[in-house]
Design a protein around this ligand. Sequence first.
Ligand SMILES: Cc1cc2nc3c(=O)[nH]c(=O)nc-3n(C[C@H](O)[C@H](O)[C@H](O)COP(=O)(O)O)c2cc1C
Length: 417
Amino acid sequence: MAEQSIYQITNRDPLHGKHIVLGVTGSISCYKAIDIASKLVQAGAYVDVALTRSATEFIQPLAFKAITNRQPYVNMFNLESKDGESHVELARRCDAMLIAPLTATTLAKLSHGLADDFVALTALATDKPLLVAPAMDSQMWINPATQDNVKNLTQRGVQIIGPSDGRLASGRVGVGRLTDPARIVDELRYRLARELGDLAPLKIVVTAGGTREAIDPVRYVGNRSTGKMGYAIAEAARDRGASVSVVTTVDRLPAAGIRDIRVESAAEMLEAVRQECETADVLVMAGAVADYRPMNVADQKIKKAESDRSSMTIELEQTTDIIASIDRQQKTGRLVKVAFAAETQDLIDNARRKIEAKGADFIVANDVSAADSGFAVDTNQVTILDASGLEESLPVLSKYEVANIILSKALPLVDSD
Ligand SMILES: Cc1cc2nc3c(=O)[nH]c(=O)nc-3n(C[C@H](O)[C@H](O)[C@H](O)COP(=O)(O)O)c2cc1C
């Protein structure tokens, strides 16, 4: 039964089952708050929406009612809509409050402790995490009055998300755009995870993607890894509150709560992993590191015309095995090392040999030639092996689920000796 429970992951999303108050204020980007509410509901959160009067000029409370299945709050003097529940009760029983979009006006109210509408009142009355996503014209944002208010709120522990650069409603391009709704929801997710997640005190280093070993300035020796497994581990660890560094070869937008360290070659990956591991608790080597690299890298592009040969040979030399070369003992204690074995044949025998060679606590083996496993797909079918002889074959699962199982196996090993 113990084996079953390890992959019967219930919902690990930190938003699941949480009670979120979403404050919406009178910005042209109000319509994006519908998307935010929808994403929160889809993540399993209970969402109570509070709108300012100005917000209702832009969007109807009905739209939020339809999405959240709960009656939005607008009039703080009307206590009939929710069995007489007041703003104070709402502020007390929520797990976090998010105001998105946040206008310059409500920002100023929060800064000065004013409480003359439902949104400002609830924000003042709550002692739970408060996150705000401002949206306004650039001139309003950079105005010293607004910046002073931002400083005030930051000093009081309010988390300011954005705003981002881009095209504004005025047609101008500049700072002031509401941060992308998915990113806003991710920031809230990470904030809750840091407070509640089982990996919250830990630092996890993950590698993602395949390395590129230069032949000349334009060509390289590479592999088919897309980094999906590595990023699934990074996101799962982030969602459980860990501080996460991804040493990656993949060009992706940075995600909330995940520190991206971009590298290209095996040598660069080794250097970055070494540095990050000095203060880490767990290293998961999900990246596909080249075993060999060209011995000589040409300074200039190798020209076809320069050679009349119909073939050419590139001599390769072995790269350093990253996980094997990382010390178990680091500045902050023992590092748990998790290796990956991507194989196309003799999966288990090859993986078992690698456990010892790499000094890993356990190894995650997958057959990258199978259709629902390996590179570029969102699922994986893995077998986990450790030095004690344990061999655990998991069914086909999403990479996120596999990631959670790996993290749950690593967690008890942290500081275990
Ligand atoms: C079309 C239109 C768009 C607006 N967009 C914004 C905006 O993006 N950000 C902002 O701070 N104010 C914006 N305002 C001004 C606010 O609606 C106004 O300051 C209002 O008092 C804000 O009230 P509230 O913070 O209580 O919602 C806009 C006004 C109009 C008419």
